[in-house]
Design a protein around this ligand. Structure first.
Ligand code: TNX
Length: 580
């Protein structure tokens, strides 16, 4: 029997017959130890991140400065039996292990220990309803919401779905010190600020688009972009897969689309395309990050690459030369030839079969040479073909004059919020994704001296990306018709992953906050402060970003952005000055 005197939380009370816990005086060493511990707790620096520092801003934040949680080396992740929830627990462990160096075992059982726990709980599955139902109940968390409770002994994330748990994990990640982004172990006090967050999205569709045509990006690059979306709770990746400069998705019934049409890109580089397995890999990876992939086959314009491969689709039945420039609006498939609709049906059927998500995007933009009834007739037929695949049609807002199709979603990319034709399509049943080019186009330059990008829709620095309201942006369109927001990244001048990241960061988090956070939290002054804390996170994670002068970045030399875009891939054929 050790001679240590009193009851301790770890060992429980000593047997009464051996130690008199009531009358016995504590030893001096014991007192000294207790005093040191108490002083340590009092003097411990506060958590480096505040509970309210999250991007996108959570719906409700209630900090409790007395309840910070410090992740111990022997912390355990406890999760419900549900397989999807276990996957999220595994992802949390994968996020935390590299920087902490802790083992972080994932367990499904109520382990003996009562502290040092990270708990992921599906409410409804475990019956572990939050106790203060007045604050939030499972029914109000919805499909993607979560609740995060941080106390001195545990961090608990509760949600109705695995997607909700996943979003909660992204929040937890941001509440740890920025060094959590390190790929190798760091000596750090892994403190999470105490309190409660209750959070859920404002819009169901929160997206970004990557143009993999103008410049081709290999699968690994796309996976990394998916990580970036997931980090900020975006849940849709729209892939612009076909255009004049290339055809990037394998179609078995029309093999020359990729074999011939995939071999070009802007500037004369080698191009490339995704095999069916490549594409499945992207879709699977995205699903694991709770991101839905929206494939776009751009029709009837933006089709030069298809015409090079299959001249019978061209109006004159002769192949045009391959195109590696940046003009738009000159090409189109022949809307008067039945073979065109066989082509459209084959392609859409095959792409739909590779697509677990509900959407199929048929483009429809800038088909300047297919006018009036010819255009509307083509679109209405293509909409019907999409319906036969079991998917719901999405198209750029040029589709608006065509007849309504069940569930149809229009992606509005105008620069003037007065668009009666689109408003009329909404009255006839369409819903909208908003991508106003003068706020949400991530291929626009930040400033006149931005080394890549366009400026036809203006310069878009962080504030311009942030300061608009999707619910009121389009005249005559009620908020309920807005399914969400998407930020497109066209890549005429964007050639490497580093350049993609430079255009995404820091505007993507601004878009994410517009999509996710309630309007009541919308505030540029606090957003720029919160965003500033993410600079060191990106720097640690090796993410290239634009050091916008609008954001008060911390001035730590180790993480200060350089403003340069590192060369990650050299394209010997790329023009020195990007074509705009
Ligand atoms: C317009 S917006 C396009 C794209 C270009 C982009 C460049 C839209 C639906 N089409 O073809 O890449 O401008 O900013």
């Amino acid at each position: 029997m050790p001679t240590t005197p009193a009851a301790s939380p770890e060992t429980g009370p000593e047997p009464r017959d051996q130690v008199d816990v009531v009358t016995r005086a504590p030893a001096a060493a014991e007192l000294a130890r207790a005093a040191t511990q108490a002083a340590g707790e009092l003097l411990a620096p506060p958590a480096p991140v505040r509970l309210a520092d999250v991007v996108p801003a959570p719906e409700r934040v209630a900090p409790d400065g007395t309840a910070d949680f410090t992740l111990p080396e022997d912390a355990v992740i406890r999760v419900d039996a549900d397989q999807a929830a276990r996957d999220v627990a595994g992802q949390l462990a994968e996020l935390l292990r590299p920087a902490t160096g802790y083992p972080l075992p994932v367990t499904g059982t109520a382990a003996a220990r009562q502290d040092g726990l990270l708990v992921l709980a599906l409410s409804g599955v475990t019956g572990a309803e939050p106790t203060d139902a007045a604050t939030i109940g499972a029914e109000t968390l919805g499909d993607e919401g979560y609740r995060l409770d941080v106390t001195g002994t545990e961090v608990r994330i509760t949600a109705v779905t695995a997607a909700g748990l996943f979003h909660g994990v992204q929040t937890l990640r941001q509440l740890l010190p920025a060094t959590v982004e390190s790929a190798t172990p760091v000596a750090e006090r892994w403190v999470v600020p105490g309190g409660t967050i209750v959070d859920r999205p404002r819009f169901a569709y929160r997206g970004a688009m990557l143009d993999v045509v103008r410049h081709f990006f290999p699968v690994e690059d796309v996976l990394r972009v998916i990580d970036h979306l997931a980090r900020y709770k975006l849940n849709h990746l729209h892939l612009h897969l076909t255009d004049d400069q290339g055809w990037r998705i394998a179609v078995d019934s029309w093999p020359k689309l990729t074999e011939v049409g995939g071999a070009t890109e802007v500037g004369g580089g080698p191009g490339g395309w995704y095999t069916r397995d490549d594409y499945r890999r992207i879709v699977r990876y995205a699903a694991r990050q709770h991101v839905t992939v929206v494939p776009e086959i751009d029709l009837p314009g933006h089709t030069n690459a298809a015409l090079v491969a299959y001249p019978q689709l061209a109006p004159g039945k002769t192949a045009p030369p391959p195109y590696t420039g940046t003009e738009v609006g000159f090409s189109y498939v022949d809307p008067a030839d039945e073979r065109t609709y066989e082509f459209v049906a084959d392609v859409l059927r095959e792409v739909a079969a590779l697509t677990p998500g509900p959407w199929l995007h048929i483009g429809g933009d800038e088909a300047f040479k297919v006018k009036g009834d010819a255009y509307t007739g083509f679109v209405e037929r293509a909409q019907r073909i999409v319906a036969t695949t079991g998917k719901t049609v999405v198209g750029w807002h040029q589709l608006a004059p065509a007849a309504h199709a069940e569930g149809r979603l229009l992606q509005w990319w105008g620069t003037n919020g007065d668009d009666p034709v689109t408003a009329d399509a909404v009255r006839r049943g369409a819903q909208l994704i908003l991508s106003p080019a003068n706020h949400a186009y991530l291929d626009m330059k930040y400033a006149p001296d931005t080394p890549i990008g366009h400026d036809w829709a203006g310069l878009i620095d962080v504030r311009r990306a942030y300061d608009w309201d999707p619910a009121t942006h389009l005249a005559g369109v009620p908020a309920e018709a807005v399914l969400g927001v998407e930020a497109p990244l066209w890549t005429e001048s964007v050639t490497t992953l580093a350049e993609v990241e430079f255009m995404l960061f820091p505007r993507l988090p601004a878009v994410a906050e517009l999509c996710w956070s309630p309007r009541s939290t919308h505030d540029w002054a606090t957003f720029r402060e919160r965003l500033a804390g993410h600079g060191p996170r990106w720097a640690t994670a090796g993410i290239t970003f634009h050091p916008s002068p609008e954001v008060p970045w911390p001035t730590d030399d180790r993480t200060r952005p350089t403003g340069r875009i590192p060369a990650q891939r050299t394209d010997p054929n790329a023009a020195d000055t990007p074509a705009h």
